[in-house]
Design a protein around this ligand. Structure first.
Ligand code: GAL
Length: 873
């Protein structure tokens, strides 16, 4: 029996590796073993200024620009810019520099500084820094091409290999690569040096600083599939069959003409986009000629019978395996996961996925991961999506920049729709030194780079060309919009062009004509007038709400004036407050419900983020830095209102979920609407108001039911119906007395859900609740542990702010702590932290290759300590 079983296993394993592992292409993580230092070496002066080196930087990624006309490529000038700067040199002794692994964000390490802008998080993310890494290149790599691939480096990166400048990239959110081949030394040690430079006045939010995304070393044959060189589309889809077009771009990096053969096979994919089983269909090999130092294109059309569609519930995917052969040898093989799904944006009936209307329940998110800063961690992103999915969210706008590639992979796998967005500004910047400075030279490359990288993700349903750009206010602004839209359509005609617009000039300023879908930011009252005048224009709420709240804070008396609800640099959590230009969720929903042709919305924001602590962001420093006089004036007004103070606030109040990942009350308001089938009811505020006995303390209930009765200590406070265009139950006259609030909710007359809120006892103990207790020992995996200050019965103490301490034993580390308070200036790396309104968060990370039991302990004065066991395996 045994030999047969072995043989079988061997056959199975051959089949399983048929796709990936035999490729001559190798993509190796290049994250580990870097040296880092902040600032430039002394007295280099202007030698490293981008403007001085620009001519050498500009040719980087040029094939994205002139891929059709390679003869127009710009040549890198001779010479070696800054080659005499010590840090660039191979022989430089960097042994005194700090050693670290990527991804890395130096800004999040702090410390917070009160004199820094609240708008960018009061963290020192700006300035210059260097990264160096030594690595061995085997002699067998001679004759291969070796690229350094960077998913994102903030910002103005410049790269030297063995002392020789090889390129760079200004925009911190783009993915890009440089070719190390010409200066690489196979069979020897090599040194790569990277300089970053973050201009201080370059962002409206916390951008982070550093090589904050993953970095790879890519090794290929000189005849190869080009960067992001496979594009899969599915032009026709029926129940019986889908046609799948696989377009392939090849690079010939040799000095000789090459006759190559390109074959394509399609496989079903597992949940992670990896091929499984035998090919479902194979295309015939195509012959193609590639001239030396040129590119060539070839395409295959294949037919998949009875296709399994990608959708939000079932996320079926396929993988295209592209094989390139030259002179009888396989020289490259690339796997491209994709999905078969149809999308349709309409003017009359919203957005359709696979022929069925899907309302966009979307959120805008910035890229930072709270206490982890900008440094990408896949599990942290996955957790964000899990929290959003539980709320009923189904879409993400990558506001306002290309995301980490891992986010799109997660959206494919977990079933989210994506609005992929390249820019927050065009040529007319919003801050003195923002992207506007390089827009002219770089926008086309950045836009094409984003699209080529992201175009095979079924989750991506539309391409944005930018957010609230200042060009909207210019009579000729639409021309630039038309230029960008043309680039998008040239790259991909299968998805529409959209933008986030806030200047509507009575419904038309020319932008509406050049995009496919108008994304309105905070304009629920404009949906109907625009439709009346231009019935064929498709519309969505690209940015909605900007409602403001702090988890667990409530101010009285409550007011329906959206500019109220402010106190002590916090925002009341009654969900009635919003930014001056913005709305409560209720107002946005009225706009959507009265105009059902609108595709849905992207709420500002899913999660709180570092920076932009509106309405408390009018620092004096901040005020002067708006490029635009209108913004300067608005900021001046805010500053006058607040008085000339530095605002003690470092993160936003917009999130439905706080920066630590704890849902605010609003989470349940959205859940009630976005998951109408879920039997849920949620009461606010908490019921610990010893200072309010006998005073009016309104109670709200968020529920998917349509009728509700509230009881205080058993006494009915009235049974209410939720009318059309009403989204919450309110009892405005409740007089506080300690005890129990209970709501019974009905739907269509039958009991639907109940919820209770009780006055708690005194703080007595801590509890620890990990989101996951079994982790991978890969040095990346995280457990997010919620720390609760509770009474003896385990009820969370809603106003607890106890000082807490955490210790850990076993193969893990406390990576960060947080509590969701936008005014906390405790270090995110500190193992000590105050609870905020009953909660704190500890983020535990495993150690690579070290399995075992991890114990996390929490202590706080006067509280029974708590302990939780985690396992790393
Ligand atoms: C919008 C802008 C966002 C954010 C938001 C805050 O106008 O597009 O980036 O600033 O306001 O309300």
């Amino acid at each position: 029996m045994k030999p047969i079983r072995l043989l079988l296993a061997w056959i199975v394993s051959i089949a399983a590796v048929s796709a990936a592992d035999t490729s001559p292409r190798e993509r190796i993580s290049f994250n580990n073993g870097w040296r880092f230092t902040k600032d430039d070496p002394l007295a280099v002066g202007e030698a490293l200024n981008y403007e001085r080196i620009k001519d050498w930087v500009l040719p980087t990624g040029d094939e994205l620009l002139n891929y059709k006309h390679p003869a127009q490529r710009v040549r890198r000038p001779d010479g070696n810019p800054a080659g005499d700067v010590t840090y660039t040199r191979a022989a430089f002794d960097d042994s005194k520099w700090r050693s670290l692994d990527l991804p890395h964000d130096w800004g999040i390490e702090g410390p917070f500084q009160q004199n820094l802008d609240g708008e960018t998080g009061k963290l020192p993310w700006f300035g210059t820094a260097w990264y160096r890494k030594k690595f061995d290149v085997p002699a067998s790599d001679a004759g291969r091409n070796v690229y350094l691939e960077i998913d994102g480096a903030m910002s103005y990166a410049m790269v030297w290999i063995n002392g020789q400048f090889v390129g760079g990239w200004p925009y911190g959110y783009s993915s890009w690569r440089v070719d190390l081949t010409p200066h690489l030394k196979p069979g020897a040690e090599n040194v790569v040096a990277i300089r970053l430079d973050n201009p201080r006045e370059s962002s409206r939010w916390y951008p982070g600083g550093g090589i904050y995304r993953n970095v790879w070393l890519l090794k290929t044959s000189p005849i190869q599939v080009a960067q992001w060189g496979v594009f899969v589309t599915t032009p026709t889809i029926t129940r019986d069959a889908a046609s799948v077009d696989v377009g392939v771009t090849l690079d010939n990096k040799t000095a000789a003409r090459a006759e190559v053969k390109v074959g394509v096979k399609l496989f079903a994919a597992d949940a992670y986009g990896k091929p499984v089983g035998d090919a479902v269909v194979s295309g015939e090999e195509r012959q193609v000629r590639v001239e030396p130092a040129r590119q060539a294109n070839v395409s295959h059309t294949l037919r998949v019978a009875s296709p399994k569609l990608w959708g939000l519930k079932e996320r079926n995917r396929y993988v295209a395996e592209t094989t390139v052969s030259h002179e009888g040898k396989v020289v490259d093989r690339v796997l491209t996961p994709f999905g078969i799904r149809s999308i349709e944006h309409t003017a009359d009936d919203g957005f359709l996925l696979n022929g069925e209307r899907v309302q966009l329940y979307g959120v805008c998110n910035h890229h930072d991961l709270g206490a982890l800063g900008a440094a990408i961690n896949t599990r942290a992103l996955e957790r964000q999506l899990e929290i959003l999915r539980e709320m009923g969210g189904n879409a993400i706008r990558t506001s306002h920049n290309p995301p980490a590639p891992e986010l799109l992979e997660l959206c494919d796998r977990m079933g989210f729709l994506v609005m992929d967005e390249p820019f927050d500004c065009w040529a007319m910047g919003k801050k003195r030194d923002d992207y506007g400075r390089v827009f002219h030279d770089w926008h086309e490359k950045d836009l094409r780079a984003m699209m080529r990288r992201d175009r095979n993700h079924p989750s991506v349903i539309q391409w944005s060309i930018g957010n609230e750009v200042r060009e909207q206010f210019e009579p000729d602004g639409w021309k630039l919009a038309a230029h960008l839209a043309a680039i998008v359509r040239e790259e991909d005609s299968s998805r529409p062009v959209v933008g986030g617009f806030n200047n509507i000039q009575s419904g038309f300023n020319g932008f509406q004509r050049v995009v496919d879908v108008v994304g309105y930011n905070y304009k629920p009252s404009e949906y109907a007038p625009l439709r009346k005048r231009h019935p064929h224009v498709m519309q969505m709420g690209a940015e909605t709400a900007s409602t403001l709240s702090t988890r667990g804070e409530y101010f009285f008396p409550i007011s329906d004036d959206k500019l109220e609800g402010r106190s002590d640099f916090q925002m009341s959590s009654h969900d009635l407050s919003a930014a001056r230009w913005a709305h409560t969720p209720d107002t946005e929903w009225r706009g959507l419900d009265e105009n059902p042709f609108v595709m849905g919305e992207f709420v500002w924001t899913g999660f709180d983020y570092l920076g932009e602590p509106t309405p408390y962001n009018a620092d004096a420093t901040n005020l002067m830095n708006y490029a635009n006089p209108v913004d300067r004036e608005r900021a001046a007004k805010e500053l006058a209102e607040l008085g000339k103070i530095l605002v003690p606030s470092r993160s936003s109040y917009f999130g439905i979920i706080d920066i630590a990942g704890f849902p605010k009350d609003r989470y349940y308001l959205y859940q009630a609407r976005w998951r109408p089938e879920l039997k849920m009811a949620y009461i606010l505020p908490h019921w610990n108001w010893p200072d309010r006995v006998g005073e009016i303390t309104p109670v709200f209930v968020y529920s998917s039911g349509d009728e509700a009765e509230l009881f205080l200590n058993g006494k009915s406070q009235g049974r209410r119906k939720r009318g059309a265009l009403e989204y919450r139950f309110r009892w405005n006259e409740v007089k506080y007395e300690p005890g129990e609030l209970k709501v019974v909710v009905y739907k269509n007359g039958a009991v639907w859900a109940e919820n209770v809120k009780r006055t708690t006892g005194a703080a007595a103990k801590l509890t620890l609740t990990p989101d996951r207790a079994t982790l991978r020992a890969d040095g990346q995996d995280l457990s997010f542990v919620t720390v609760t200050v509770a009474d003896k019965d385990g009820l969370m103490i809603p106003r607890a702010k106890n000082a807490l301490k955490f210790t850990l034993t076993g193969p893990g580390e406390i990576l960060a702590t947080d509590n969701g308070d936008p005014t906390s200036f405790e270090s995110f790396q500190s193992p000590e932290r105050k609870a905020f309104n009953g909660l704190a968060l500890v983020i535990v990370r495993t150690k690579a290759g070290e399995a075992g039991a991890i114990t996390l302990k929490a202590t706080g004065e006067g509280l029974a300590p708590a302990e939780v066991a985690l396992k790393s395996e």
